[in-house]
Design a protein around this ligand. Structure first.
Ligand code: PMP
Length: 360
């Protein structure tokens, strides 16, 4: 096992057995004499990989028959445009809740394709919380309500999905999907780039209610068109076969490890360890209100910003990497995705406490 503990926000650490299995399988050629990385997406070998990945994702999340699962490209950023194009008819409006960097980006991109009503914006509180849903300024005609379930940069997480009322609920779950069980039937659309909790960068999962396929009646680039992609088994064009394959290994690993209830209890313990350490120290701080603190991405600051570089260098020398905060906010951030073991979080907490003794 690698001695380095990677707390990066994404692309992020993968389960060690998955990396080892992928490495071993890439060295093994199939009966055709080719590896999975070289196989046609329309061949039998890759079809089996693709079908198993979808079946395992459906099993883990309990995806109902009412919803289609798509494996697309373009990251979550493509879905910032894909959602309004698929769901909002020409001239329609959409409600967006802004709870950090990524939901702001989603709202700005959607505004290029429909009228965006920002129903609530956590910027007023410096993204330390999200305004109470009772105060959200909803528009009666909205085609959907969009929010980001976990803001990877500000570390703000919805621990329960909001109630959309009438229109479908759309969630960017890039950095929280598969971290705990989910009631998929509450959502019209869920999307997530793989490179945090699911696999390597390159594939984006979209889970969409069949009623929403073709909903907008608009001309949509085919690769963003949920109906065209559902009709073609996500193979209207060449899919990202390698990322899809490795994601399949991660999904099988999640099932073998006990599924999403088990991930929830592990992730609950991991975040508690780190937040307790931060709250119990006088050197580190996290500004997010406890009810909104992310389990997956924990940003924190040092009381003396001059120590940031020292912290990073010493952490890196101790084998703890990927701890720098996003360039837009600075400070530190530890991402605690499923593949980060509890022992790694303990090592981080011990390092932080030792650092505070020496520099605090
Ligand atoms: N949404 C969230 C919550 C993210 O964390 C990210 C990437 N860090 C994005 C959207 C953008 O994803 P991508 O880079 O895959 O387009």
């Amino acid at each position: 096992m690698s001695p380095v503990l990677n707390f990066g926000a994404g692309p992020a650490t993968l389960p060690v057995p998955v990396v080892e299995q992928a490495a071993a399988e890439l060295g093994r050629r199939s009966r055709d004499g080719i590896t999975i990385m070289e196989a046609s997406h329309r061949g039998l070998d890759f079809s089996a990989v693709a079908e198993k990945a979808e079946a395992d994702l459906r099993l883990l999340l309990g995806v109902p028959e009412t919803h289609r699962v798509l494996f697309l490209q373009g990251g979550a950023t493509a879905q910032f445009a894909g959602v309004p194009l698929n769901l909002a008819p020409e001239g329609a409006s959409a409600d967006h809740v802004v709870s950090g960097h990524w939901s702001r980006r989603a709202a700005d991109e959607a505004a290029r394709f429909c009228t965006v009503n920002v129903a609530a914006d956590g910027a007023g509180s410096g993204y330390r919380s999200v305004p109470d849903p009772a105060t959200w300024r909803r528009s009666p005609e909205a085609a959907y309500l969009a929010y980001c379930a976990n803001d990877t940069i500000h570390g703000v997480e919805f621990h329960r999905p909001p109630d959309p009322g009438g229109p479908p609920l759309v969630a960017d779950m890039s950095s929280t999907l598969l971290s705990r069980p989910l009631e998929v039937d509450r959502f019209g659309v869920i999307y997530a780039g793989a490179q945090k909790n699911l696999g390597p960068a390159g594939v984006t999962v979209v889970i969409v209610h069949t009623e929403l396929l073709g909903r907008s009646g608009r001309a949509i680039p085919s690769v963003l068109d949920y109906r065209a992609m559902a009709d073609s088994g996500s193979m209207l064009n060449t899919p990202p076969t390698f990322a899809w394959y490795v994601s399949g290994l991660v999904l099988a690993w999640l099932i073998a490890e006990g599924g999403l209830e088990e991930m929830e209890s592990r992730n609950r313990r991991k975040q508690a360890l780190l937040y307790d350490a931060i709250d119990g120290s006088s050197l580190y701080s996290n500004a997010v209100e406890p009810a909104w603190r992310s389990w997956m991405n924990v940003p924190f600051r040092l009381a003396d910003p001059d120590l940031d570089a020292v912290f990073r260098d010493e952490a890196s020398a101790a084998g703890l990497v990927g701890l720098e905060g996003h360039r837009s906010v600075g400070g530190m951030r530890a991402s605690l995705y499923n593949a980060v073991p509890e022992t790694a979080v303990r090592t981080l907490v011990e390092f932080m406490s030792d650092f505070e003794r020496r520099h605090g």
